[in-house]
Design a protein around this ligand. Sequence first.
Ligand SMILES: Nc1ncnc2c1ncn2[C@@H]1O[C@H](COP(=O)(O)OP(=O)(O)OP(=O)(O)O)[C@@H](O)[C@H]1O
Length: 915
Amino acid sequence: LKKSRDSAEITLCVLQVALRIRPLSDAEQEEAATIVAHRVDDQMVVLMDPMEDPDDILRANRSREKTYMFDVAFDYTANQEEVYRATTKELIEGLISGYNATVFAYGPTGCGKTYTMLGTDKEPGIYVRTLNDLFRAIEETSDDMLYSVSMSYLEIYNEMIRDLLNPSSGFLDLREDSKGVIQVAGITEVSTINAREIMELLMKGNKQRTQEPTAANQTSSRSHAVLQVAVKQQSRCRDVLQEVRFARLFMIDLAGSERAAQTQNRGQRLKEGAHINRSLLALGNCINALSDKNGNKYVNYRDSKLTRLLKDSLGGNSRTVMIAHISPASLAFEESRNTLTYADRAKSIRTRVKKNLINVSYHIAQYTNIISDLRCEIQRLKKKIADQAGRQANSDKADIRHVQAEVQAHSSQQSRAEMDQLREQLLDAFRQQMEIRKTLMDLENSNMEIQIDTSKHLLTITDWEQERSRRRRKWRAERRKESMNKDESEKDSDSPESPPDSMETQEVILARENLATLAAEQKKICKQKALLEHRFLELRERARRLEELLPRRVSSDEQREVLGLLCKVHELEIENAEMQSHALLKDNVIRQKNFVVQRFEQHRHLCDEIIQQQKQFIDDHSLLVPPHLQELYDIYMREITLFSLLCFLFLGDRDNNRVFKSSPHARQMKNSVVMTPPPIHINGQGNREVRTRNRHCGSSFVAFSSVWTKQICPFAPTERQQILKGVQNIAVKAARRRSKALEVDALRLHPPPSPLEPKKQKSSLSLSEAPPRSVAIRRGRQPSPELRHATSDDNLSSSTGEGPGLHGTWTRPRNRQLTTKNQTPRELDFEARRRKRRSRSFEVTGQAVSTLHLLYCIAVMLIVIILYYGQDYRNRPYSAAAYKPSIGNVLKVGILPPTKVRAPHTIQQIGKPSY
Ligand SMILES: Nc1ncnc2c1ncn2[C@@H]1O[C@H](COP(=O)(O)OP(=O)(O)OP(=O)(O)O)[C@@H](O)[C@H]1O
C-alpha cells in the first residue's frame, strides 16, 4: 500500500487498485471478437477502440485509445498466486497487528471476479490463500500472542442480507455500533483457526449463494458475497498492560454490472440485474464523491446496503484493495471502458487507517475496589479459621471420645473425597467471581467510552446551537438597528417577521444519530451490568453456603486447610490486582511525560522551521541582518549541530542497526498507544512528520536527532556513516597508542634479553604469555561484537592509516599474524605482552562494556567540543562553502597527536551555513 502520511496512530492510505484482464472466453472467440485491452507493463493498460479506423486520417487526432495506470496490472498470463501475492498478501501482517483490510473484486459480469476471489479446486483464489497465510502467521506468533479468529459469510441479494452459513436465519439487518462500525445483527460467527474447516464452511456457504446462468455468464453470481474474518489478538503476558487488538478483513466478490441487452434477462433475472446495478451505481457514486479532489462532496453510503457495509473500507479505517476485472474482447469495449474509468478514479481514494486497539485501560480505582473487597474477604476467612480453632479447643476439653469418633469418621476415604469436592467448588465459585469482576470492569470502561463519545457529540450539537443563537441575536440586533434608522412603514414591508432558522448541518444530523445509537448501547451495557452484578451476588451466596457446609462435612483440620487455601487464593489475586494497577499507573505517567515531550518537540520543530524559513527569506532577499541577530543565529546553528551530532553518535541509527529482535513484550510496549498531542499546523497542514518519527525512534531524543539528520544535517548519509566510522577509529587509535605506551613501559621494565641468555628469554616469555583467547572467553563475559571489532588488528591498522585508506573499505591486509614466525624473540615478547593486555582488556571491557562506551562517548564529546569551540573561528575569513565539514578533515583530527589537535578550518566556519 502506498503510505502517504504517517502519524502516531493514523496512517493515510491510498486505495490500491489492481486490474486483471481475463483470457478471451470460448463464446467471445466464437463471435470472432478481437482483443482490445492490452497490458503494456506491470502497471499500464491500453484500451483500444474497436470502432476506430486506423486509416481514417481525419479522426486520427481523436483516437479513443486510452492508457490507464494502476498499482498493478495482470493479463491472461497471470496465475492466481501472482494475483494474490501482488494484491492481498501484504494485508495479512497488518491484519494481525490490528489494521482493518478489505479486498474487493469489481467489474462487469463474466469478467472473472469469482474466479479471482474463490477460484477453482485446482487454482484456489484469494479467499483460500489469504486464510492459509493468516493461520500460518498466527501460528508463528502464537507463542507470544493469543488469537481468536471468527468468520462470517453473507450475501446481499436484491438489497437483502442473507447469512450464507445459516440461510434459515432469514434476512438480517445492518447496524452501526457506538463507534460507528457497521455490524450485521444476528450473523453467524464461526470461531476457528483451522483453514481446512473454514474452507469447508466457505464451500458450503457458496453453495447457498444465489447463482444463475445468464447469457453473459453460465455461472453468474446474482449477489454480492462478503466473507468477513475478524481477528482478535492479545498478549499472553498477563502482567503487563493488556492491549487487545482487533481487526476485520473483508473479502468481497461483487456481483457483476450488466446491460440488460447483453444478458437478455427477463423476469426475476432482470429484477436482480436492476438491484445489482443500483447498488453498483451507489458504489460508483461513493467512489466519485470520495475521489473528489476538493474532498467536499457528500458521500452517500446510505443509498445501498453494499455501500453501507463498505463504508469503512472506502472512506474509513481500512487498507483497501480493489481488483477490477475486464474482458479483453472488443465486444465488451464499453463495459471495459466504464470499469477502467471507475477503477482509475478509485485510485485517488484515501482511507484513514488506524490500528484498532481496545486498550483495556483498567481503572486504578476499580483495582483499588477489588483489592479492598478481597482484603475484607481474607479478614472474614481468617476470623473463621480462628473461631474454628477456638471451638476445637473447647470440644477437645468436653468430649475426647466424640473427637476420636469424629477423627475416625473423617479420616475415611469418603470424607477426603467430600472435602476435595468442596474445595473445588469453593475455588470454582471464587474463580467465577473474579471473572465477573473483570467483565464488569470492561463494561465499566465501555460505558465510560460511551460517555466520552456522548459528550463529544453533545458538544457538536451545543456548538451548533450556540452558533445558531448567536446568528439569531445578530439578526435581532440588525433588526433593531434597522428599525431605528427606518420609519415604521418601511420596516414592516422589508424585513421578515422571524429569524431565518438555519438548517442543521450534516455533522449535527450525524451527531444526533450517533447519540441515539450511543444511548441504545449504554442501555444495553447497563442491562448486562445488572445481570452480571446479580450473578456475582448469587455466586457469593453460593460460596457462603459452601463454607457453612464445611463444619458439617469435614474435620476442623481439613476445614482450616480449605479456609487457609481460600485465603491464599485471595491474597494471590490481590497481588495480581496490585501489579496490574501499578503497571497502569506507571504507564500513565510515561504517557503523560511522552505527551509533554512530544508537544515540546512539535513546538521546537515549528521554531526550527520558522528560523530556517526566515533565514531563507533573508538570504533570498539579501536583507541586512543586525550583528547580534546573526550572532544568535550562529549560536543556534552551533547548538543544533552539536546536539544532533551527539545524538547521532550516541544513539546511532537504531532502526537500521538493530541486531537483536525485540521481544514480544518490548514490541507490545512499543506499539502501545501513546497519547499524541494534536499536531501543530503549518500552513494548514498537520505536522505529522514529527509524530511519525517519534513513533519510529521510540524516543524524543532520537526523534530530534532524526529531524536534524534528515532536514538540517549538512552531511549526506554516506558521509555521516563515514564520520561515525572515523570517530570510532579515533577511539581505536587512542587504544592503540595506549597499548604502545604500555609496550614502552614493558620495554623499560624488561630490558631486551640478550641472545646469550635464552633461559631468561624463555622465562620472560612464559611469564608474560597471554592466556589464549579461548580462556578469556571461557572465564565468562565474552566481549561485545563491536568491541571485538574495535580492538581487532584490522581496525587498528585502518585507524593508523596503514590500511588501504580512509575512503576505501577501511580494512587491513591480514598479514600481521603471519609475520609472527619471522619475529625476533623480543618482538615475540612484546607481542605476547600486548596480547595479554588486550585479553585483560577484553575481560575488563567484557564486564563493563557500558563503561568503555561511556568513556568513548566522553572522548567523542570532547573532540566535538574542541572542534566547535576550541578555535578562534571568528578571526578566520568567512567562507560559506567551507562550512560543510569534510570527512577527511574530521578524520585527520583523529590521527593527529593530542597536542596537535586543531579544529580544521572547514568545521569552524559555522557562521553562515551553505544551505
Ligand atoms: N483469469 C482467468 N483465467 C481463466 N479463466 C477465467 C479467468 N477469469 C475468469 N475466467 C472464467 O470466466 C468465467 C466467468 O468468470 P466468473 O464467474 O469468475 O465471472 P464473474 O465476474 O464472477 O461473473 P458474475 O459477475 O456474473 O458472477 C468462468 O468460467 C471463469 O472460469
